[in-house]
Ligand binder design. Structure first.
Ligand SMILES: [Zn+2]
Length: 431
């Protein structure tokens, strides 16, 4: 029957026979009843090997298929169980959907593609599914891709980083390839056990091939790396080192702000409601509080207003301004390293003696921290490990963690990150 074959194409079921098509006028739902083609029947849902039938299971089941125009479509079929010699009694495999999934392959593929291309709202409204469902779909699509590709092949220079998510309550450890710029591995947690799982997946042979590892200087990373890749050169990611200086600067800004606020006229009482009064910074203290971004950002990206704020600090606050110059000085070391490693080493030493004599406790402490990581920082300068790639990967993963906030599990977040940044993005119409 030619019409049956057309229906099979329209709803995206292959290796199946369309038995009946029913359109429900009331609910506006199209139900396409099918049965697997003869050679696809009685197969284990997990391993897809032939297995003897067991029983009829729980009767008919439905799978959501891609909409036809504005009409919602379901594929309906029996869901008998088989008795697999390896997996026991399981629901039989169907050729149009993954085992245990409530959506067809075509539906899964489209959702996964959309999730790596557009916003949460766009995916959920267009596909008429919940964000949690998107998470589950992304996880099973990635599991299939992961089974087909060897993402850890040929790694030489890698970066290891930790990313916080769920507002800092949870962490991911991520591994990035410096050469391809791809995310190659991600695991839930930030501890030795998590990182050991990466090296276990890599295996001793390939671990020995790693020549350079960059990280943020955390002890737990250094320990595991020393154990598994003793010969690799350990580098400090420049953007992490600069972020230490940004943190020190913020400490200085907050201290000065607190002092200004507690001076006479530095704050005034602000009544928010009955029995609720707070002190609000005014005058210089308030301006200083609002300078955070002007101090944080790179000078070439400042807005006009932020430039004015910085000029104000230069005039009125010698200590925060000196702290700002120290932060910029450290950033300059890595800028110089891009063109001349020797000059950068000289600049680093000059910076260290400047910070040591600065009499700003936060920067004296920072100088000590930098001295402790000197070998790794010099390695970064001398081996010219690209900082930009690792930093932009860090930014991209942070965006994904924000997008993945409503996902049920870390697995779904990892799957979305791997599909988006691992070099195996889902494709549409893959056939
Ligand atoms: Zn099986």
């Amino acid at each position: 029957m030619r019409q049956a074959r057309l229906w099979a194409r329209l709803v995206g079921v292959e290796n199946a026979v369309v038995e009946r098509v029913v359109f429900g006028e009331d609910d506006g739902v199209l139900v396409v009843s099918v049965r697997p083609a003869r050679q696809r029947r009685r197969r284990c849902g997990i391993c897809r090997r032939r297995a003897p039938g067991y029983d009829q299971g729980h009767g008919r089941r439905r799978w959501r298929a891609l909409d036809l125009g504005r009409v919602r479509v379901f594929v309906e079929a029996d869901a008998p169980r088989v008795c697999c010699p390896r997996h026991g009694i399981v629901v039989a495999a169907v050729p149009w959907a993954r085992h245990g999934a409530g959506h067809t392959y075509a539906f899964d593929e489209q959702v996964a593609w959309l999730a790596t291309q557009c916003s949460k709202t766009a995916v959920t409204q267009l596909m008429r599914v919940s964000w949690r469902t998107v998470g589950a779909i992304v996880a099973r699509v990635w599991a299939d891709v992961d089974g087909l590709v060897d993402r850890l092949a040929g790694l030489r220079r890698i970066g290891i980083d930790e990313i916080s998510w769920k507002k800092g309550h949870k962490y991911l450890t991520v591994v990035v390839c410096h050469d391809s710029g791809r995310l190659v591995w991600a695991g839930s947690g930030r501890d030795r056990a998590t990182l050991r799982a990466f090296f276990a997946a890599l295996g001793p042979g390939r671990s020995a091939q790693i020549t350079h590892i960059s990280a943020d200087g955390a002890d737990w990373i250094a320990d595991v790396v020393a154990r598994h890749c003793p010969a690799a050169v350990v580098c400090a990611d420049a953007f992490h080192v600069v972020s230490w200086a940004t943190d020190a600067l913020d400490q200085v800004r907050r201290q000065v702000w607190n002092l200004a606020r507690h001076e006479a006229g530095g704050s005034k009482r602000h009544v928010q409601g009955p029995g609720r009064a707070t002190q609000r910074a005014v005058g210089a203290a308030r301006t200083l509080k609002r300078c955070r971004w002007a101090l944080w950002k790179n000078p070439d990206t400042l807005t006009e207003q932020q430039t004015a704020k910085l000029a104000w600090i230069a005039k009125t606050g010698p200590i925060p301004y000196r702290a700002y110059l120290l932060k910029e000085g450290l950033r300059a070391v890595f800028q110089i390293a891009k063109t001349n490693a020797d000059d950068a080493v000289v600049a680093l030493d000059r910076w260290a003696s400047w910070a040591r004599r600065s009499r700003i406790p936060a920067f004296v402490a920072l100088q000590r921290r930098i001295a402790a990581h000197r070998t790794a920082i010099l390695a970064t300068i001398n081996h010219r490990l690209s900082n930009g790639r690792i930093e932009s990967m860090n930014t991209k993963i942070r965006l994904i963690t924000r997008m993945a906030f409503g996902f049920h599990s870390a697995d779904a977040l990892i799957a979305l990150a791997m599909l988006s940044l691992g070099g195996h993005r889902p494709t549409l119409h893959s056939k």
